[in-house]
Design a protein around this ligand. Structure first.
Ligand SMILES: [Zn+2]
Length: 313
């Protein structure tokens, strides 16, 4: 059996703690000018986090900042969060992350160094490794980079979680936490436009796409209300992954719909991608038979439907 790491999985859109997930290869750090030591980079990050917390919540207690580290000689890896407040939803945490990022020197603002919770796998669930557990390296079959406490030294495991049980810390909103336009549109669309709902016919269509493209070993689910274009794929049997080009036993995936295109993503591949690159995906192509089936669907509410039938896209 494959080894594994223990993670806190974040999905759904209840209030949650602001979190910064910082990953920087030492090689990339050394290439930054003006030169920064790893200690300086960590300090700059923690200062930016602290300043952002104080900006949005002036009474914030800086003693509630928790830092965990799982660096090794090749990579600096930090998680910084606060158990002194929560933000209303993932979009606000995403805006918070951008405020922190903009306070860093240009070299540390590059893509892939600070993961934005909202961008990971395009609104997929975010997962955070639990304190004290190692990361499982599939290539070497070893458990590496145990996640350790930097502060608070006397904290509990819950001080390092994004959405621990029974968290009654204050939920803070601030005009500084500006949610990008696209996000606002997404939310208002969900609330007002019921035609964006996924119908059984849509679902069947996605299922047929999986079959047509030889993607097996998963159970397809309907998208959740807050991520209307993401179809979760839960593994039910081992299969060959076309992205990772090897067999998976336990990794899940998902399908992302973008108007008329559907792409397959693998969480395993997302986790293993090079910093600064996008999550790898496979475009699902539509065959003639699937197209014909699609065109026969009764679709009074789906204005986008005709776009799906363009095979040249
Ligand atoms: Zn994979």
């Amino acid at each position: 059996r494959e080894g594994h790491s223990l993670h806190e999985i974040i999905d759904g859109d209840e209030p949650l703690r602001p979190i910064i997930d910082f990953d920087l290869l030492v090689e990339a750090l050394n290439a930054i000018t003006p030169k920064l030591s790893s200690g300086q980079a960590k300090n700059l990050l923690c200062r930016a986090f602290r300043d952002t917390c104080l900006e949005i919540f002036p009474e914030w207690d800086k003693e509630t900042m928790s830092i965990a580290e799982s660096s090794d000689e090749k990579k600096i890896s930090l998680h910084v969060l606060t158990f002194g407040m929560r933000l209303p939803n993932i979009a606000k945490v995403s805006a918070f992350t951008e405020l922190v990022r903009k306070k860093l020197p240009a070299g540390l603002q590059k893509k892939g160094i600070i993961d934005n919770i909202a961008n990971i796998g395009s609104f997929k669930s975010f997962s955070l490794r639990i304190l004290g557990t190692p990361k499982y390296d599939k290539k070497t079959d070893k458990h590496v980079r145990i996640k350790k406490v930097i502060r608070p030294k006397d904290g509990s495991i819950f001080d390092f979680m994004i959405r621990p049980p029974n968290d009654d810390s204050r939920v803070i909103d601030s005009p500084l936490l500006v949610v990008p336009e696209s996000e606002v549109n997404r939310c208002s669309k969900e609330n007002n436009d019921t035609s964006s709902e996924t119908t059984q016919a849509d679902f069947d269509f996605v299922e047929s796409l999986l079959g047509e493209n030889g993607i097996e070993g998963y159970t397809l689910s309907f998208p959740s209300d807050n991520i209307p274009d993401l179809f979760p794929l839960t593994r039910n049997s081992p299969s060959h992954c076309p992205i990772c080009d090897r067999e998976h036993e336990s990794d899940n995936g998902y399908i992302l719909r973008n108007k008329k295109t559907y792409r397959f993503y693998c969480y395993c591949a997302n986790h293993e991608r090079e910093p600064g690159t996008r999550n790898p995906s496979v475009k699902l192509t539509i065959s003639e038979t699937a197209l014909q089936r699609e065109q026969k669907l009764p679709s009074p509410t789906k204005l986008d439907r005709s776009k799906i039938s363009d095979p040249n896209d």
